[in-house]
Design a protein around this ligand. Structure first.
Ligand code: CO
Ligand code: CO
Ligand code: CO
Length: 312
């Protein structure tokens, strides 16, 4: 069954599904939920909402409405915990100008929270993982390392400052970055989540039929990330991400710990944007002006080798 109005669907998985309503209006739909990744329930609610909204921002869309998805062990956990999580979620939605229209909860032995989000986008201004062109500059808008810091936090190895910096970043909306990207005009975009920077970059080179060069020393990282990676505070997902993409990524002389960070699974990570070389400076300065201070040019798009990423 193929519907001509389905612009982005399952056959080419992108950040969100996109369905054309009229020539100049499409809806963007996405859903995301997970188990707590920080101790503070209010912060977890904010992060879960920022993470769910991010897939709409990554498509260049504007989120409008959201619905809560809750799995809660009501027999073992106090209901006030859930209230704090939902409070964090709704505060983040309010900041994003998004209306909560409903939700659904089930009793479940494992606590999970997230949202389904609906937004709109102009079909011709839609950004996907396809569309990156040779010569484009690659911009990353948030530092890497949330997986490593969360792993270290569980073993009481990360400092309060590192946990706090990573939490604040995870709770930060990709809204400003998305709006500036749409205004300046970019060629392709995705957001960095579970597959890590290189995992999501691999999806982009596949869909765009190009190659990437990534300059590892230009990639922003949270403080302590490198030291914690050296101590072995690396989540299991990193190894799966590396294994899955080992054929596509060429890295010679790059330390293992740096590769661990480039493949570190992110929660509510930044946008990863391919932008024409004539607009890259404008986009970067616009991001900095809007407070996206960690944004950096981390590499460029090349025509050959196709479907490969060279890490320098
Ligand atoms: Co995504
Ligand atoms: Co998602
Ligand atoms: Co229901």
């Amino acid at each position: 069954m193929s519907d001509p109005n389905l612009i982005v669907g399952l056959e080419r998985a992108d950040d969100a599904g996109v369905y054309r309503l009229t020539d100049d209006l499409a809806i963007v739909q996405t859903v995301d939920f997970f188990t707590p990744i920080v101790d503070d329930p209010y912060m977890f609610g904010q992060i879960a909402a920022a993470n769910a909204l991010s897939d709409v921002y990554a498509m260049g869309g504007r989120p409008l409405t959201a619905m809560n998805i809750v799995c809660f062990p009501s027999k073992t956990l106090d209901i006030s915990l859930l209230r704090d999580i939902l409070h964090g979620g709704i505060d983040k939605l309010r900041e994003a100008g998004v209306v909560l229209v409903g939700g659904h909860s089930v009793d479940d032995p494992e606590l999970k929270y997230g949202l389904s989000v609906t937004g709109t986008v102009h079909p011709r201004r839609l950004l996907t993982k396809a569309g990156a062109k040779p010569g484009d500059q690659l911009i990353l808008t948030k530092p890497l390392g949330t997986g490593i810091i969360n792993t270290a936090a569980k073993g009481r190895m990360a400092s309060e400052e590192a946990i706090e910096t990573a939490s604040r970043s995870m709770a930060t909306l990709n809204r400003a970055a998305s709006e500036i990207m749409v205004r300046v005009g970019a060629n392709a975009c995705t957001d960095i989540t579970g597959f890590g920077l290189l995992g999501h970059a691999c999806e982009m080179v596949e869909d765009s039929e190009v190659g990437f060069k990534i300059r590892s020393f230009s990639v922003p990282m949270f403080p302590e990330t490198l030291a914690l990676a050296r101590m072995g505070m690396v989540p299991g997902g990193t190894y799966r991400n590396k294994e899955f993409r080992s054929q596509m990524v060429y890295a010679t002389g790059i330390p293992d710990t740096v590769m661990d960070i480039l493949f570190d699974p992110q929660t509510s990570g930044g946008l990863f944007i391919a932008v024409g070389p004539d607009r890259a400076g404008l986009l970067l300065s616009g991001l900095k002006e809007a407070g996206v201070i960690d944004a950096a040019i981390v590499g460029e798009v090349v025509s050959e080798p196709k479907q490969r990423i060279i890490v320098e």
